[in-house]
Design a binder for this molecule. Sequence first.
Ligand code: NAG
Ligand code: NAG
Length: 542
Amino acid sequence: MAHLSSNIIHFSCVLLIFMNMPSNIFSSKILISAIYGEGSHFLAGASLGEGLARKGHDVTMLISNAYEHRLEDPRYANLSFEVFKHPVPPEEVREAFAFASTLVFRDDNIEFFSLMKNMSKRTVDDCEAVVTDKELMLRLEKNDAIIVDITWPCARYIQVVLEEKMKSQRHRTMISLSATNPWSGYLKLGGAPVNYAYFPEISTGFNNRMTFSQKILNIIQTNLIAVVGEQLTPPLYREMGKRLGLRPNIHPIFDMQDFDLHLLNINFASDFVTPLSPSIIPVGGLTVRPLQTLNEELEEFVQSSGEHGVIVFTLGTYLASITTIRPEIVTMFAEAFRRLPQKVIWQLKELPDWELPSNVKAMPWLPQNDLLGHPKTRAFMYQGGNNGFQEACYHGVPIVVIPLQGDQYDVAARIEARGLGKKIEKLELNAEIIYETLTEVIKNPSYKKVADQVSAIYKDQPMSAPDRAAFWIEHVIKFGGAYMRSPANDLTFIQYHLLDVYAFLTAVIVIFLAVVYYTLKFCLTRCCRMIGLGSSRKSKTE
Ligand SMILES: *[C@@H]1O[C@H](CO)[C@@H](O)[C@H](O)[C@H]1NC(C)=O
Ligand SMILES: *[C@@H]1O[C@H](CO)[C@@H](O)[C@H](O)[C@H]1NC(C)=O
């Protein structure tokens, strides 16, 4: 009897375990650091987190007190949050991001660079705030894996401080995430070969069929990023390391070559093909979610568009407040929209003090993924962020892109090269161009045809992007990534490019040719001399 009941207890325990973890036999604690809680990098990181939470893992997002509202966000109910405090008031952080977005409609490189410098300093101060918060670090110590978005590489220092200062014995699996199209240096850290003849560097806006002069600029850009990037934050991180008494040879970026896994938010259905390495996994489409129905009011508005359909328009989270910053830009877009037969759904936080055209609906936040998946959506006009690109590709929506900065030009290059839509240059923006480009992309069936094909490729996969990422993360938690690590980064520049081998082979060939040359020369002179002697002898005897 006792035996039977213990069996039943055992059986129900097993059942309970399986019920709690539907698709998994182990559960890990995973920390995700994807900047501060706002913007595209956070959204990509959070989607990754949700994929892991669905598999039964305990996922914590590291965010800042400037974006604490995420704690109450019902969309992230299955994630935990750790909040660190900025050393400056949180309003100042939000203002800096808002200010950065006003700069994109101007072409002021000096002011932009000054801002970049200020921001770099702040990100390092923020990192110091995290790693010197003892209680926070004690809680972070419990994680089995850390996923770090490369734009804020603080997690590398979290790892080092846990190991060196707090003597943590726990092994932590380290994973990096590139939320945008990759920088060549990132691919190389993952051990991938990069050929600049057909790999357009990040922020060039080139496609993969470059002209001769573009290839020159491509190489210059690569080196510029390396040089400027090395000047911008690593020295500040080094100073921080010194203040904290860490060993001096830590590098916030280059140390990522020892990470177990590198995740890349791209999909070759829409991206330029480039070779990867076994530890670099493309997981493009992280922010694509299963479709949900629109709320009644929005669905009614979408349906009221009739056969013409709707256009979805956003300039991104940070620029949703453009009404107060640059009111004339709002006027320009409204003028273009007034002439369209389509309805327009526009992400705009503050309404202007005049009335928007009747075919326009302004909303502070868009259910972007659900709108792009709606059968009535005819086009997506936006600034060229990577998440929006992946979502539009997944749902097969033609795109009008208005790139404003950095990697948005690269997304625009991909959109045009693939035939998914058209680009408008920000400095050429006017109501006429907006109207004409939107009309062309909607009327000309070639864009929709390509979009449908790309969408079909995105969907023809055994797993969704977050599930694919989760699978690989679990895999390296179980087995580590060492077996996939390319030896490329252990080689010096000379060894990697085989310069020593070519130099040796060249020397062998040169020596061989020299030996042949001198032997022949020697023989020939001997022969000539003999012939010469013979003939002179002959002439003597005559
Ligand atoms: C949280 O997880 C549960 C179980 O997997 C799921 O049903 C629910 O939709 C998730 N919630 C959110 C907000 O994603
Ligand atoms: C950068 O910081 C300096 C000093 O704190 C300040 O004077 C300057 O205005 C800042 N630049 C930008 C673009 O925010």
